[in-house]
Design a protein around this ligand. Structure first.
Ligand code: HEC
Length: 124
């Protein structure tokens, strides 16, 4: 598991279009390390994604135009990143590839009615 690689994947794969770290990113449940259960619980994280899968996949089709494909290794790296406060502090807009930034900015423009309210964490 590599938090550093996870940071790149978080940006490249487009998680950042919908989820924020370090206040950078979309309006759905933030994935800051402070809000994650410690010690790192990768299984719980994957289970939460599974639970959020239906709206997540629906919105990925709508907002990204594709559904994110991840290998187990990639997911492991992302899970390391979302639990690593130090690595997250380094995260900035400069880490986000231009094509993903474009998706983020497009998402901001037509602020949808289908995002769930206030961005507060949902469920547990
Ligand atoms: C197109 C938008 C979108 C993208 C892209 C996206 N998600 Fe989500 N995600 C959601 C929505 C919507 C939910 C369910 C409702 C919520 O939690 O806001 C969700 C839920 C989750 C949850 C559960 C949160 C909780 O505490 O219940 C996790 C974890 C998560 N996503 C991780 C990721 C990761 C990692 C990626 C990138 C590989 C990603 N998401 C990409 C929209 C997205």
């Amino acid at each position: 598991m590599s938090a550093e690689r996870g940071q790149a994947l978080f940006a490249e794969k487009g998680c950042v279009v919908c989820h924020a770290v370090n206040d950078i990113g979309g309006h759905h449940t933030p994935l800051d390390a402070e809000t994650m259960e410690m010690p790192m619980n990768a299984f719980e994280f994957a289970a939460k994604m599974w639970r959020g899968a239906e709206p997540m996949i629906f919105l990925q089709r709508e907002d990204l135009g594709y559904v994110i494909d991840l290998t187990g290794q990639e997911l492991a790296d992302i899970i390391a990143f979302v639990h690593d406060a130090e690595e997250q502090q380094k995260f900035s807009r400069d880490d986000i590839p231009p094509e993903v930034l474009r998706l983020m900015d497009r998402d901001d423009e037509h602020d949808h009615d289908h995002h769930h309210g206030d961005g507060a964490p949902h469920g547990h």
